[in-house]
Design a protein around this ligand. Structure first.
Ligand SMILES: NC(=O)c1ccc[n+]([C@@H]2O[C@H](COP(=O)([O-])OP(=O)(O)OC[C@H]3O[C@@H](n4cnc5c(N)ncnc54)[C@H](OP(=O)(O)O)[C@@H]3O)[C@@H](O)[C@H]2O)c1
Length: 288
């Protein structure tokens, strides 16, 4: 079995490889595709083959995917959605030309109903993969819990408030590690061909509940201060975020307020069991 993983130097890709090791997949069955080989010395030391592959350079990808029984295609982090579609088309065409036997793609949950522009990238990529007739598995991932639950919460505890424009919106996030474990299961096991998994939590949470968890952990009263989109944007700009990031975060919060992330499924639990509880993620984030 030859498992090829793109984005292998990234946070999700690294965790997938770690989970494959934990599942006793031998290092010589894993091939890490990276933009920059200098960033992957620890993987090479563990016996993983490192291949150069850049989504902007199609030729590098055909060589990188040679011999792949399973290709985990981690979506590009580029902020230009139009360019991202070009990069993804490069990956899909290279997978076809290299004779990859099964593509596993990290997409976005409920993309058809989503108000977030990058949903189009994920839907376009899934359609591109279907044109190749290569067996696929679409891992339609939730937003990462870490986007919201991260060491910056220490400042919220200090100020006694988490400030967002999510209103009463609910979130179906999962940790990167849980999503990576689901990918590792699909990479190791047979029987996931031509399946679409919507990998969101089976239980949602709100920022009011997050504030309560922060209160319980810190012993201080932490509230969720619900503000408007414009107020949130102004707060983020004042905190020093560049305009495009302030707009992006306030925009994500707004879409949460409008119901982007309220749906649940059992798909993740069927693959890996119970996901990491929110309290656990908060404790880990506050430990740094
Ligand atoms: N669900 C969510 O909440 C959420 C949030 C953020 C992102 N995402 C998506 O999920 C993906 C994985 O998340 P992550 O946390 O692992 O992101 P990440 O840590 O930023 O990793 C992205 C990976 O993509 C690689 N990459 C970037 N440009 C490339 C190119 N032109 N050719 C080949 N590889 C390239 C990076 O390589 P280098 O190490 O060389 O930079 C890195 O290994 C992201 O790329 C993004 O599409 C999802």
């Amino acid at each position: 079995m030859s498992i090829v993983i793109t984005g292998a130097t990234g946070q999700l890709g690294s965790l997938v490889i770690q989970h494959l090791f934990d599942k006793n997949v031998p290092a010589n069955e894993i091939i890490a595709v990276v933009r920059d080989k200098e960033k992957a010395p620890s993987l090479a030391e563990k016996g993983v083959e490192i291949r150069h592959g850049d989504y902007d350079h199609p030729d590098s990808l055909v060589n990188a995917f040679e011999g792949a029984d399973k290709l985990l295609f981690v979506s590009s982090p580029d902020s230009d959605d139009t360019l991202r579609i070009v990069q993804h088309a490069n990956v899909v065409k290279a997978a076809r030309d290299a004779g990859v036997k099964h593509i596993i793609y990290t997409g976005y949950a409920f993309a058809e109903e989503s108000a977030i522009p990058l949903a189009h990238v994920h839907l376009a990529t899934e359609q591109a993969i279907r044109t190749t007739k290569i067996p696929y598995t679409f891992l339609r991932n939730s937003l990462y819990t870490e986007v919201f639950v991260n060491p910056a919460l220490a400042a919220s505890i200090e100020h006694g408030a988490v400030v967002t424009n999510t209103g009463k919106g609910r979130l179906n996030t999962l940790t990167r590690s849980d999503l990576a474990l689901a990918a590792a299961v699909v990479l190791k096991e047979d029987g996931h061909e031509n399946k679409t998994y919507t990998l969101v939590a089976n239980k949602t949470w709100s920022f009011d509940e997050l504030a309560q968890i922060l209160s319980d952990i810190s012993g201080k009263t932490i509230v969720h201060q619900a503000v408007s989109f414009e107020e949130e944007k102004a707060i983020l700009l004042q905190a020093g975020l560049p305009e495009h990031l302030a707009l992006m975060f306030a925009g994500i919060y707004q879409s949460i307020a409008e119901g982007e992330t309220f749906r649940t499924t059992e798909d993740l639990e069927k693959l890996i069991g119970t996901p990491t509880p929110l309290e656990e993620s908060v404790k880990q984030a506050l430990q740094g």
